[in-house]
Write a protein that binds this ligand. Structure first.
Ligand code: UDP
Ligand code: MG
Length: 315
């Protein structure tokens, strides 16, 4: 008998005590429908403060398919996805949110099309973003437009982290060992043939979004710094433009003073110019600082996450 193929499902969880039992029930139904494949579920407890860990302990005791990695504190979803991918042993790997915004039954369709159509990856994107308020929707759209213009790695607007990948693609993502991880960009960077499926993302089944505006802005900036050096180039161009403007202004003033005998007067205009130019300088210094801080964190080579407990400690 040939060995069955295996799908590993990676689920980062942060305070998901309400969603987890529902997710587990649904994914179990899917595994029963897809009898021709084995499943393993790898839950990452990202330093949750609620009962997420005890639910995972219970689930792993009663179901050998359930594995978990519990962090020593909250390291963020990116670290969770990385730890999850490292723990997988399947031929195919899917990353899913615990809140049912990535519907588990989609796995069946994704698996069938990856098998039949010979893609390396089947990924989902959504235009609807139900449950996001209009500010978040607007900012998300603007951000995708910006990233399309300045990023070196292709990103599909509305792309979610939810995707089913072949082992080769997972290994290539794991071969990227950087500390500042931006997985959405990495998917594009590693290439491979990806099939995109449009779907309507439902609302969160329970609990609230773990990403507030501050976290989202940080994430968006990380996405830019991780896959684009264009802001540095823009600062150089702006610098050149300002030099040109200053040069023209000097010539105008000299001509006005010497030829027309009309010296330029007034310190208010001078003060405004100085404040404006120093503002621009500080702004670009900040951009350089952002890259510098990433290098600083990268050279320290700190671990992306720290594990406190896994299902093996719970036997
Ligand atoms: N998540 C995580 N660590 C965090 C924040 C979120 O593991 O620090 C998980 C969370 O439990 C969920 C997924 O990442 O499974 C997506 O989070 P959420 O649904 O809150 O984000 P949204 O859908 O609002 O973008
Ligand atoms: Mg969600």
């Amino acid at each position: 008998m040939t060995q069955k193929e295996k799908i590993s499902i990676v689920v980062p969880c942060y305070n998901e005590e309400e969603s987890l039992p529902i997710f587990y029930e649904e994914i179990t139904k899917v595994s029963k429908k897809l009898k021709e494949v084995d499943f393993e579920y790898i839950f990452i407890n990202d330093g949750s403060k609620d009962k997420t860990l005890s639910i995972l302990r219970e689930l792993s005791k009663k179901d050998s398919k359930v594995r978990y990695v519990s962090f020593s504190r909250n390291f963020g979803k990116e670290a969770g996805m990385f730890a999850g991918l490292e723990a997988t042993t399947g031929d195919y790997v899917a990353i899913m949110d615990a809140d049912m915004q990535d519907p588990p039954e989609m796995i069946i369709e994704m698996y069938k099309s990856i098998k039949k159509e010979d893609y390396d990856c089947v990924a989902l994107y959504t235009k609807s973003h139900k449950g996001y308020n209009f500010i978040r929707k607007g900012l998300t759209n603007c951000w995708y437009k910006l990233i399309e213009k300045i990023s070196d790695s292709k990103q599909v607007p509305g792309a979610r982290d939810f995707r089913l990948m072949k082992r080769k693609m997972v290994d290539s993502i794991l071969s990227m060992r950087e500390y500042n991880r931006y997985t959405k960009g990495m998917f594009g960077f590693v290439g491979f043939d990806t099939k995109w499926i449009d779907y309507e993302a439902p609302e969160r089944v329970a609990g609230t979004s773990k990403f507030n505006l501050g976290k989202l802005i940080k994430y968006a900036l990380e996405g830019i710094v991780a896959f684009s050096t264009k802001p540095l180039l823009i600062s150089a161009y702006v610098g050149m433009l300002f030099c040109l403007v200053a040069f023209i202004a000097i010539i105008v003033i000299i001509v006005k003073t010497l030829v027309l005998g009309d010296p330029t007067s007034g310190w208010p205009s001078l003060a405004c110019i100085i404040i404006f130019v120093s503002g621009i300088q500080l702004f670009f210094l900040g951009i350089i600082g952002m890259y510098l801080s990433k290098i600083y964190l990268e050279v320290k080579e700190r671990p992306v996450y720290i594990v406190k407990e896994t299902e093996k400690d719970n036997k």
